[in-house]
Design a protein around this ligand. Sequence first.
Ligand code: NAD
Ligand code: MG
Length: 383
Amino acid sequence: MKNIAILGSTGSIGTQALEVVRQFPDLFQVEVLTAHSNADLLIRQAKEFQPNVVVIGKESEYEYVKSALWDDDVKVYAGADALNDVARMDCVDVVLSAIVGVAGLAPVYRAIEMGKQIALANKETLVVAGELMTKAAAANGAILYPVDSEHSAIFQSMVGEFQNPIHKIIITASGGPFRGKKRSELQNVTKEQALKHPNWTMGSKITIDSATLMNKGLEVIEAKWLFNVSLDKIQVLVHPQSVVHSMVEYADGAVKAQLGVPDMKLPIQYALTYPDRLPNNFPRLNFADYPNLTFEEPDREVFPCLDLAFAASNEGGCKPCVMNAANEAAVSLFLHDRIGFYDIPRLIEQSMARANYSAPTSVEEYLYIDNEIKTSILQSFNK
Ligand code: NAD
Ligand code: MG
């Protein structure tokens, strides 16, 4: 039995992780479930899985959750500090971080400090503080298993090859809803159009990131830290069918890939059961359904966020944190119909050019910069 904490259990990854847990009742015991504001779903999940603890982020929902779980043997906590505490609990073996955005940074770091096994969906944590996280993981014996489908594919393509250096990583991208469009056609797109992803159903933030290709930029940085490769060894290729989830090329020219239907349950399961492959009833790939698997270069002019992410990671120091904060703020403004599609890269570029912090060395310093950048962007729109 593995005891799991699912941070962000009410989101797209969190609910799919619980579907994986349902498949293997003898393998996993849910110890912790956390949600930011969806109290009703958290309560339903707690009644089904009977965890030791639940955390509701929004403190105003505490009494509601507490009274709903009055008859159940479940402890209820609220607030961001409680999230950090549950990530450290002795009874937890595996922490699945399915929180969106920089809110995942502190709890993941606490879990790493305790040497836990981490199943990481929350890519922003590595984007913002990859060096801090990977060094702490090495020092504390914590292992980071990728949940992101591309990184899971890369990891699966590395099994049996750990002694061989990676020559190149090829990260595939669906291209999102605006693949093939011109810049002029995207000036006035709405959030409804941007939220229509062709292949994946995901949370709203990552879906907008997929439309701008920032998601691929974040994934390039995530891959750099997870697999300890330099950026010049990472190539992005658009593959609209989302069947080849990513690839690794080795010194001899051999390329290994992992393929499957676009379904996050498989990478979630692999992160939780590695090195074992266990039978499940999830959808399977039928090659006859995909007579054409195609690959093309991304359009870096139409989707400038991709190069902004490469630039931020190349510069290092505070820049990936600044880029991520500006992106989170800009995506939130776009989702509230406050800015246009190309204001997203504009705000990120502006923030990166202006920011001049010395390189952060702690979670607190990263969160300070994150807060400053977000506040300055949001204030400039509230005047
Ligand atoms: P989502 O918006 O559907 O869910 C986010 C979860 O985080 C929810 O449970 C929410 O309650 C919680 N949360 C939100 N804000 C919080 C805060 N301030 N403090 C604590 N908890 C908070 O998001 P998602 O699509 O499931 O994505 C989660 C993470 O996984 C993201 O980092 C995303 O990039 C990554 N990811 C998602 C997918 C996918 O298919 N959805 C694929 C790959 C990677
Ligand atoms: Mg991905």
